[in-house]
Design a protein around this ligand. Sequence first.
Ligand SMILES: Cc1cc2nc3c(=O)[nH]c(=O)nc-3n(C[C@H](O)[C@H](O)[C@H](O)COP(=O)(O)OP(=O)(O)OC[C@H]3O[C@@H](n4cnc5c(N)ncnc54)[C@H](O)[C@@H]3O)c2cc1C
Length: 399
Amino acid sequence: MSGRTCDIAIVGGGLSGGLIALALAQLRPDVSLRLIEAGDTPGGNHRWSWFDSDLTDAGKALVRPIRKTTWEDGNHVAFPAYRRQLSTPYSSIASQDLAAALQRELPEGAIMLRSRVTEIRGDGVTLASGEQVTARTVIDARGAVSTPHLAGGWQVFMGRHLRCATPHGIARPIIMDARVEQLGGYRFVYVLPLSAHELFVEDTYYQDTPELDRSALSSRIDAYCRQHAWDGDILGFETGVLPVITSGNAARYLDSVRTEGVAMVGARGLFTHPLTSYTLPFAVETALAIAEDADLPGDQLAAKMEARARRHWAATGFYRLLGNMLFGAARPDKRVNVFQRFYRMPEPLIERFYAGKSTLADKARVLVGKPPVPITRALAALTSSRPALETPPHESDVK
Ligand SMILES: Cc1cc2nc3c(=O)[nH]c(=O)nc-3n(C[C@H](O)[C@H](O)[C@H](O)COP(=O)(O)OP(=O)(O)OC[C@H]3O[C@@H](n4cnc5c(N)ncnc54)[C@H](O)[C@@H]3O)c2cc1C
């Protein structure tokens, strides 16, 4: 290590940075690391969920030390026209679960909290306190940024963690309950039964703008809970404003956020599912890849990660196309029809869609047949452009 603070410095102790640190601790305990996080705790305030089919066996082994809730019996969806039960197991972790696993698994002193990085370089970082952390390899995991180089829409949501006074009676996650009033975009409620009494209820919108009206969403969650007679104490809540990428110039985006010699990962590194905005499956794979390349100098790891990001961008074009159709071709109150039609597809196709691994046959199946949007509008949407994924500087919820 010769005079440096550590071999690898990871800037940002969120999902992607945390998983990389976990992978290094598990697979390369000989590599010294620092996980440098601006906040009081790693992970922020989120709940991250995934389908069993999103992860490989190695990925499942990586997340094993994290306390999680798993629903082995699958999940279901509900649309105005039908309900469907799906057999894919589903899992969920809270930020505190990731933080606890990191505190347990990482060597003492590896996690640096309340440490805002003000300068990032190929050979180390400077903290707001003036402290220097020097490293052979620096990884930038600071989360998504507002950008003029990507375009699309937004997934906006508020989730509430609730302890019901009486058992709620829900056995499986409801991934989408789209039987709710469609307001300003595709709207659905997501429900996780965390225990016999505890529920996580999230009101979500695929909408054109990044505005999040907290009081409106909160009262709609109230109304949904009242309708189901779920009454009890609120244990916590989270909000999210996530970009849904429908087009853009990945090369220009990467040019605009890259620091020479620094590897970029997570949402900032473009490792997202363009349509669902989920990053967990890709963050897990990236963490495993970095553990395999843990001896590389920073500039080589940076080049490898950027090549990986470009491949990921090329491989996910289909989801951007679907996003374009969703936002551009369907009237906001009719966007529900796109998902209502999609969820009638065979289950393995749905699994591959969420994992970002749709086959050519899957893509053809999704695109052919009676379209859920008028064909003229669909064609117009493909040639039109969507607004840039830029947020006002004060929007602190944007991840
Ligand atoms: C509320 C919410 C729920 C979500 N649910 C899911 C889900 O269920 N499944 C899924 O796959 N995806 C989900 N996502 C989407 C996506 O997976 C998350 O946004 C994910 O956290 C992105 O990971 P990341 O590591 O890129 O960024 P983040 O997890 O946001 O981590 C970035 C970290 O960097 C830190 N940081 C930033 N700047 C600095 C600095 N200068 N110095 C030091 N530290 C810094 C931040 O404090 C933060 O902790 C959700 C997003 C949100 C907001």
